[in-house]
Write a protein that binds this ligand. Structure first.
Ligand SMILES: Cc1cc2nc3c(=O)[nH]c(=O)nc-3n(C[C@H](O)[C@H](O)[C@H](O)COP(=O)(O)OP(=O)(O)OC[C@H]3O[C@@H](n4cnc5c(N)ncnc54)[C@H](O)[C@@H]3O)c2cc1C
Length: 303
């Protein structure tokens, strides 16, 4: 075990829970749906709900997650302001591609029945091929499915070309996973420049783009580009993670008639959320810095 892993794993659960609380909607689907209702009713913000957890290796665990997603879709019936997001490693990709396909298809069938939408999140670069293969195969049968591209990866340019021939629904972000220099850019500034380039390219090709970033300067550059290119409003939206303190810019965007969606993770049990947060902190220590930065921002805004 590395020093980093030892430090994170030895952090008391109550401290991890305290730090994670602003970013996690709670430990029931009702709490997550309530947050989605509240965001829509009070600020006209859309949401996408995600069950925390990944890297599930047993079929029992996977089937529990599938049942939970089906239950969330029941709970979201009639709420056209909330969609769902899920991960291949939650849905059986470790078992086999076909098993993961069948599980995701089950969720998509129910989502289609309720006119809901499903985004397949992108995990680290060892899963990019399989995730895009899963997405493309599902997209042949379902219209209500989208996925994610990460602007830090060198391969993304080719992956955009690989979407030719159908209209894709892509969340575009820099990517949360640390990747080696052989496969990815290492400088955030470069990743953000690429995000702008890829956004323009995806839009030109007629795809829908959900722009996932909290960087206000980048958001302003995106809106400028969208306006200059007269991109129809139905072709894009902005997305952020719930809990990251960006209320001001979110409200500004809504006032200017941009569509804004927040990603709302929740756990079925706080134990899962704590384990998830610890894994994320180990994979990307910047998260610890973000959490501290966001606490300062919240405290200052209350003064
Ligand atoms: C809706 C949504 C869905 C996403 N889905 C995926 C996905 O499927 N796969 C994937 O690899 N990545 C995903 N991401 C993460 C994304 O790739 C970036 O890692 C993340 O948004 C940070 O990049 P940034 O553009 O906001 O810029 P940064 O410069 O990294 O962040 C700007 C500021 O935002 C705040 N911030 C950013 N991220 C966090 C965080 N996690 N917690 C707390 N504060 C934060 C910090 O204050 C930071 O200084 C998603 C992001 C969003 C908004």
């Amino acid at each position: 075990m590395s020093l980093k892993e030892r430090v994170v794993n030895s952090a008391p659960d109550f401290i991890v829970k305290f730090c994670a609380a602003p970013y996690v909607a709670g430990d029931t689907k009702e709490a997550a749906i309530k947050e989605a209702d509240c965001l829509w009713q009070s600020r006209r913000i859309l949401s996408t709900l995600d069950i925390l957890g990944e890297e599930l290796t047993s079929r029992d665990e996977v089937e529990k997650v599938v049942a939970s997603y089906l239950a969330i879709l029941d709970g979201l019936k009639g709420r056209d302001y909330a969609t769902i997001s899920l991960k291949p490693t939650q849905l059986g990709i470790y078992q086999s591609f076909d098993y993961c396909y069948d599980n995701t298809a089950k969720i998509l069938d129910k989502a289609a029945e309720y006119k809901n939408f499903v985004t397949i999140d992108m995990e680290d670069s060892s899963f990019t091929d399989v995730t895009l293969e899963l997405y493309k195969k599902l997209r042949q049968k379902y219209e209500n499915v989208g996925t994610v591209l990460q602007s830090r990866l060198f391969r993304t340019e080719k992956d955009i070309e690989g979407l030719d021939g159908f209209q894709a629904h892509i969340r575009l972000c820099i990517g949360i996973y640390r990747e080696p220099p052989e496969v990815a850019l290492q400088d955030k500034k470069d990743m953000k420049e690429k995000l702008l380039i890829y956004m323009e390219r995806l839009l030109e090709k007629g795809h829908f783009v959900a722009i996932g970033t909290h960087d206000e300067k980048l958001i302003h550059r995106c809106t400028e580009l969208l306006q200059n290119n007269k991109v129809p409003a139905e072709q894009y939206e902005f997305q952020m993670l719930a809990g990251v303190p960006r209320e001001k810019i979110q409200d500004e965007l809504i006032q200017k008639n941009y569509t804004m969606r927040l990603y709302i993770p929740f756990a079925e049990d706080w134990k899962d959320a704590i384990a998830y947060c610890k894994r994320r902190l180990i994979a990307n220590p910047n998260m610890g810095f973000y959490i501290a930065q966001n606490w300062c921002k919240r405290l200052l805004s209350k003064r």
